[in-house]
Design a protein around this ligand. Sequence first.
Ligand code: UFG
Length: 344
Amino acid sequence: MTDANDDSGTILVTGGAGYIGAHISHALASSGRRVAVLDDLSTGTADRLPDGVPFVEGDVGDARVVSAVLGDLGVTSVIHIAAKKQVGESVARPLWYYRQNVTAMATLLECCVDAGVDRFLFSSSAATYGMATDGLISEDTPAQPINPYGESKLIGEWLLADVARSAGLSYAALRYFNVAGAATPELGDPGVFNLIPMVFDALTRGEAPRIFGADWPTPDGTCIRDYVHIADLADAHICALDALAAGSGGSGGGAEVNGLVLNVGTGEGSSVQEVIDAIGRVLGRPVGAQVVARRPGDPAALVAKVDRIADVLGWTASRNLDDMVASAWEGWVALHPEAASLAT
Ligand code: UFG
């Protein structure tokens, strides 16, 4: 077993070629850490990787590939991002989500234990909370996911806690709220699955963006979410790894493992209308939206209580909604140059 304070090993980022994973890989590489990436390129692209980072194309559920990567690269820490993350798709294809997010993760963990990996950082989600809506959501709010995606992430946390207890692994599960923005334009989100890219997409096609319901029990009637800048999210991963290396999230010498389960958000909610207004500020013109029916399964408000991550990691978000929207727009234009003329 490696010394818990020995940082000389490699950090493996699964899913490191995707939107979130690539940001984390870049943040790790630019902070001087030794990093490697495993990604099946099902949604990610190799051109997002930092220069010089070892990259293996493969599936986290493939024990042969994972074991070889862990051994060959001297991996001591794993940041597990590779997963499916679309709620609607998870409802349509639950078994596929369980295979990708649960079965593959079990294989990855088994390989990590066999290889003597010391630390494991898991990309979890606010989707684990389900419909919890009353005010700020703390990590002690009961996790009651309402779709297979959220269920698969919660099961991932359970797998990790159980394996950590039996194998002496230190771990953190970071429950992401609504991740947005880009650290640099070339790392922008290529997917059109979330509010900000969906608004950009509608505008690029000459259509009015849609608001899924304006009759929610919120001040302006539109849903409230906690949007967190992806560069802040990447910093949170570095803080979490440092905390694990310093002895948090482990057994502390006893049998009980105290894994870190932490919300990653800003603690501030923004309504759909406020996000659209921020997009208008970035584009330099008002953006008119059309109100359509509520989207099934949406909670009215999801805002993180962020005291625990501030206490435990000393991390707080430093970028605001306008930073997220402006950087997301630069990323969008890099991928869709025809949209540039929409901004005045
Ligand atoms: N919305 C619109 N119009 C759109 C798109 C979205 O009004 O065109 C609304 C949604 O109804 C919701 C809000 O914008 O109220 C945010 O929706 P997103 O689809 O961007 O994000 P969700 O809050 O549904 O889910 C996201 C991630 C999940 C994660 C969750 C955690 O997609 O994976 O945040 O809070 F679990």
